[in-house]
Ligand binder design. Structure first.
Ligand SMILES: *Cc1c(COP(=O)(O)O)cnc(C)c1O
Length: 570
């Protein structure tokens, strides 16, 4: 039997999410009424923007079986192939009160399958778009494939529909000049996505009374190594500490030179400075914004000890080219993957394989432990060296001493540091690691949406080109756009400030290292030596892409960008 769901133009107006919401509302007026009357508490800080029932008595009156079937129908009708699926669950969760959407829970489910656990509903979605029944759009009945054809197919990810352009009049005044901000609330660039699971994990660890480095940290390390595919992983108090320790363990010291990129966070260069070595900067490739492997060889001298490439923004550098150079000149390689957890190079996760890699779990990075870092690798000798250096040069750490009643008089064998992670942080890290794939999917959706929107925009060029990456994966820590300054009548800083006034938390990544006073003066660096990084440093803006962002948030970012660029275009 054909069932016809009435759907009006407003339903599909902004986002597919709206369409689904109103369809569900129409099928379940009782549930909708509760939503309308605020029977749910929004939890915006939760990962997926879920809502929790405020009035559990009324919640229990809902026929969940019926609700689930209805939602299954909607998902069948609207769920785009694969990539949108998780996000779809996120949105569905708003309606249902609580839908679990960890990928591990869904792995063995048939698309569309719904199961119950206590008061929770689990829905699996997938590539069953053709199971659709019938939908009326603009007064015309469409079957599923036709709906797909007409409304979804031409979008990079069907999940997104932008705000219609006509909402933006030609003369809309920017907020900086007294107009209304494009967005009501401030959209943060790197808001961490922390939920109840992290809260629980912290509470449990706190109650265990062992909050320093112990079992949880060991578990986090081994899970992380398993995830990236390395033989070992060693946690640290930050990525800065990780870089410092790794350079020391690779034998870098005074008199040495380490080749790196000027387009990075200052921590990369600082870590080299800590060892007493000299950072040598090599200009970037204008396409990838990563260190240009073709320019590295010219910078190698007899003092060069190591190459420290950064996977800028999360896009893996050309590791094959860099490692070939390193082998030829007998150099060590340490990757700064502060942006790249979740990324992959030619099918191997960043951090896996036969090299040393450092990660960051700073709050705005792709996963967080509050503060924290990790070093991964395969070489056991490096690992033992790192362990010593991390803990004052001591062979045993507090956790090992606690395991036995024997008196252990520990002895410092060499000067080390105090750079360890704690169990409280690792407890958060374990949860975040489990959510990383979900976060990554979300980042990809937002980035593809940005791509689709800025493609035809004047004055701005995106830096995410998944069609070129083959078996590599961009971790999308940063979605960077480059402004075409020739067609704008102001500078990048003014554009960024104007966007912030629109309530869009854009970032600037980065002021290139050669322009920092300390480095500029100490090494007499000139912008002429790094023309590409210098130009990028003056034209880059990072748009927010964090997994807590909704489709509407992403649309607001684009709206603000259009408005501000239009205002300042020549
Ligand atoms: C954030 C960052 C670091 C430092 O990470 P912390 O964990 O804050 O010390 C190092 N390198 C790059 C490229 C970064 O973005």
């Amino acid at each position: 039997m054909q069932r016809t769901l009435p759907i009006t133009p407003e339903d599909t107006g902004y986002t597919l999410h709206n369409a689904a919401t109103s369809l569900i509302a129409k099928m379940m007026p009782d549930l909708w009424e509760m939503i309308e009357h605020d029977a749910f508490d929004p939890k915006p800080q939760d990962n997926f923007g879920s809502y929790f029932p405020r009035d559990s008595q009324r919640i229990n009156q809902i026929n969940w079986q019926y609700a689930a079937t209805s939602i299954r129908n909607v998902i069948r009708a609207l769920a785009p192939p694969m990539a949108g699926a998780y996000s779809y669950l996120d949105e569905t969760r708003c309606i249902l009160g609580k839908v679990i959407c960890r990928p591990s829970d869904l792995r063995n489910k048939v698309p569309g399958e719904i199961s119950f656990q206590d008061n929770e509903v689990l829905i699996a979605t997938g590539q069953d778009f053709l199971a659709v029944e019938s939908i009326i759009v603009d007064g015309i009945a469409l079957d599923g494939p036709a709906f797909y054809e007409k409304y979804l197919r031409n979008m990079d990810r069907p999940m997104f529909r932008s705000l219609p352009d006509e909402r933006l009049s030609d003369t809309e005044t920017i907020a900086m000049e007294g107009g209304q901000p494009a967005c009501q609330k401030y959209i943060f660039f790197g808001l961490p996505s922390l939920g109840e699971e992290e809260e629980q994990a912290v509470i449990e660890t706190m109650r265990s009374q062992w909050i320093g480095m112990g079992n949880k940290t060991l578990e986090f390390e081994s899970r992380f190594a398993e995830y990236v595919g390395s033989r070992w992983a060693l946690s640290t108090s930050s990525c800065t500490a990780a870089l410092h320790l790794a350079l020391l363990a690779l034998g870098v010291g005074p008199g040495d030179e380490v080749i790196t990129t000027p387009l990075t966070f200052v921590a990369t260069a600082n870590a080299i400075e800590y060892t007493g070595a000299r950072p040598v900067f090599v200009d970037i490739d204008p396409e990838t914004l990563n260190i240009d492997p073709n320019r590295i060889e010219a910078a190698i001298t007899p003092r060069t000890k190591a190459i420290l490439p950064v996977h800028y923004g999360g896009l893996p550098v050309d590791m094959a080219a860099i490692e070939a150079l390193a082998a030829k000149h007998r150099l060590r390689v340490l990757y700064d993957a502060a942006h790249a957890v979740g990324g992959a190079y030619q099918g191997v996760n960043i951090g896996g394989g036969n090299h040393i890699t450092s990660f960051s779990f700073y709050p705005n990075k792709n996963m967080t432990t509050c503060e924290g870092g990790m070093i991964t690798g395969n070489d056991e000798a490096i690992l033992s060296e790192l362990k010593l250096l991390r803990q004052h040069g001591l062979r045993d750490n507090a956790w090992q001493r606690y395991q036995t009643k024997r008196i252990i008089l520990y002895e410092t064998t060499k000067l080390g540091y105090k750079y360890n992670l704690t169990d409280l942080q690792s407890a958060i890290g374990l949860v975040q690691l489990g959510k990383l794939e979900c976060f990554q999917k979300r980042r990809e959706q937002i980035a593809l949406y940005y791509n689709s929107q800025i493609r035809d925009m004047q004055c701005v060029q995106g830096c995410y080109h998944p069609e070129l990456y083959g078996h590599s994966r961009h971790a999308l820590h940063l979605y960077v756009v480059l402004l075409d300054m020739q067609h704008l009548c102001t500078d990048r800083n003014q554009i960024a400030a104007a966007l912030r006034e629109e309530n869009i938390g854009v970032g600037i990544h980065y002021l290139p290292i050669h322009r920092h006073k300390y480095y500029r003066e100490k090494y007499a660096l000139s912008p002429d030596d790094y023309p590409v990084a210098d130009r990028v440093g003056d034209s880059c803006i990072t748009l927010p892409t964090n997994p807590t962002m909704s489709h509407v948030d992403a649309a607001m970012v684009i709206k603000a960008l259009r408005k501000v660029l239009k205002w300042y275009s020549r």
